[in-house]
Design a protein around this ligand. Structure first.
Ligand code: ATP
Ligand code: MG
Ligand code: MG
Ligand code: MG
Length: 479
């Protein structure tokens, strides 16, 4: 069909390649090459960072890139761009997704970039302009960055209605790759899934009714290690359009999970589960929980398959540790909520591969590697919670680690089990529930909890667990 994932991806590439003289460059693997600032590839521009910085070997092929198009495998489960906590809870964030992108390296700039994006969406994909909103950077006095009035005028000239062009600040409209790296003001295109009303107040609020589709970044600076902004040697354009979100629009669905990238996988999960079929609910309550589990398992198994195929397997530190948490969550949700048998995850891999067929050159070997690896890990993974006789770690100790140091509870459980311990889950649940009731009270540690911290850290140390970093989520090293 016209708007199958395969056709939609190809239409994007053809538009830039054939109509606008861009060179197609294949996706890089999800493991970043020679960039210690990243856990996973989190955007299409990662592999082109040296070009943006003016740091590319002049003899290399990359040095000749002026206009480029691709569809990049991205993982956002750690570091600056981390969507792990939203996955499953909402219907448009994934840990693994495809970012289709177009670039100008010192070639065209804002005007052409906006015109191309608008033409592709409205003429080639046939979207109605009265479902679209665009944003521009409103400036930031503290960092001395001016408002991007130029982009506002470009959208007006293209014919976008005045009240559909919205200003936003640093958070939404100044894109940065990580704590350091290329960055610049951006302009985004958002889609109103309902229509027939003024949806401008919903843009950038996290509402599933108005979803961000495409980000056009005007790369002009590098964020240095000391936090300052250094102007780049040339002005470049870097755009990213989420394939799954675009498909939801074109296939007339409200949710990414109802598109042809997910439906076969959700059907397969249904076959191995002992629950009713996927119902698409995001509400709290039992049914919402089952549907969330469907989304988590579908998302995570895609991420696991793609990462393993690209050489990142669940392991002990860095991206491998992140992947281990993802595996652990997938196993949890599939066995505990969906009641699938142990080992079910591995059996889903062929469906993932079948859906993502266009991403891979060597289908068979990926199928086999991911399948075997997942099957192996899935079999040897943790004992059933509550069913083992492992010694208990006191719940308040786990709780205080979590609350005072932000240590993720599932990671803690994982570490403990591998060291022959488990958390006293019953008591921990009580503590969590009690805290939930206290609700909005500030999370100040009580004296006894603070006391426990010292205690806890000492006991963790004894067990050889080192807590190396307190701020960035999910970046822990085990020694
Ligand atoms: P959001 O605000 O929705 O989290 P973002 O601003 O973080 O998105 P960008 O960094 O601008 O996203 O990435 C470019 C595009 O990639 C987005 O406009 C969106 O279409 C897509 N995208 C980003 N994160 C995800 C994700 N976790 N899952 C699926 N698509 C995503
Ligand atoms: Mg985001
Ligand atoms: Mg955004
Ligand atoms: Mg964005």
């Amino acid at each position: 069909t016209k708007f199958s994932s395969k056709n939609v991806r190809q239409t994007f590439i053809d538009f830039f390649e054939q109509k606008h003289q861009h060179l197609y460059v294949p996706s890089s693997p999800v493991r970043p090459r020679g960039d210690p600032s990243l856990l996973f590839v989190n955007a299409g521009m990662n592999q082109f960072k040296p070009i943006l910085l003016g740091a590319v070997d002049p003899r290399s092929e990359m040095a000749r890139y002026r206009r480029v198009v691709n569809s990049q495998k991205c993982v956002r489960a750690g570091g600056k761009h981390n969507d792990l906590d939203d996955v499953g809870r909402d219907i448009y964030h994934h840990t693994f997704f495809e970012m289709m992108g177009s670039w100008s390296f010192g070639d065209y700039f804002k005007e052409e970039a906006c015109a191309m994006a608008w033409s592709l969406l409205t003429e080639h994909y046939g979207m109605s302009p009265d479902r679209l909103y665009v944003s521009y950077f409103s400036g930031d006095a503290a960092s001395g960055l001016p408002a991007d009035e130029e982009t506002r005028h470009i959208w007006l000239d293209i014919g976008v209605q005045k009240d559909r062009i919205l200003p936003f600040g640093l958070q939404e409209n100044f894109w940065e790759m990580g704590d350091t790296g290329p960055c610049g003001p951006c302009s985004e295109i958002h889609y109103d899934h309902l229509g027939g009303r003024d949806a401008s107040p919903l843009v950038n609020t996290g509402s599933p009714e108005v979803v961000e589709l495409w980000n056009l970044v005007f790369m002009q600076y590098n964020r240095e290690a000391d936090g300052s902004l250094r102007p780049l040697p040339q002005q470049s354009v870097d755009t990213g359009l989420g394939l799954e979100r675009l498909l939801a629009v074109l296939q007339d669905k409200r949710s990414n999970y109802d598109t042809d990238l997910f439906s076969p996988l959700l059907d397969h999960i249904h076959q191995v589960s002992r629950c009713g079929p996927y119902g698409g609910r995001v509400a709290p309550g039992l049914e919402g929980r089952v549907d969330m589990a469907y989304r988590v398992v579908a998302d995570h198994v895609r991420t696991l398959a793609v990462c393993i195929a690209d050489g990142v397997s669940p392991g002990m530190s860095g991206p491998e540790l992140v992947l281990r948490r993802i595996l652990r969550r997938a196993v949890r949700f599939s066995t505990e909520v969906l009641q699938a048998p142990q080992g079910a995850l591995g059996s889903l891999v062929p469906t993932v591969v079948q859906v993502l067929v266009s991403l891979y050159a060597d289908l068979d070997s990926i199928n086999t590697t991911s399948h075997q690896e997942l099957a192996r890990i899935n079999q040897t993974s943790h004992p059933e919670p509550g069913s083992s006789n492992l010694p208990l770690m006191a719940a308040p100790v786990a709780w205080s680690l979590h609350r005072n140091l932000g240590f993720p509870l599932d990671l803690l459980q994982l570490i403990l089990e591998e060291r022959g311990l488990q958390v006293d889950q019953v008591l921990l649940d009580q503590l969590l529930a009690r805290n939930h009731k206290r609700g909005s009270e500030p999370a100040v540690a009580s004296e006894s909890e603070t006391h426990l911290d010292v205690h806890t850290l000492a006991s963790l140390k004894q067990q050889g667990i080192k807590h190396t970093d307190q701020s960035p989520k999910y970046q822990y090293n085990l020694h």
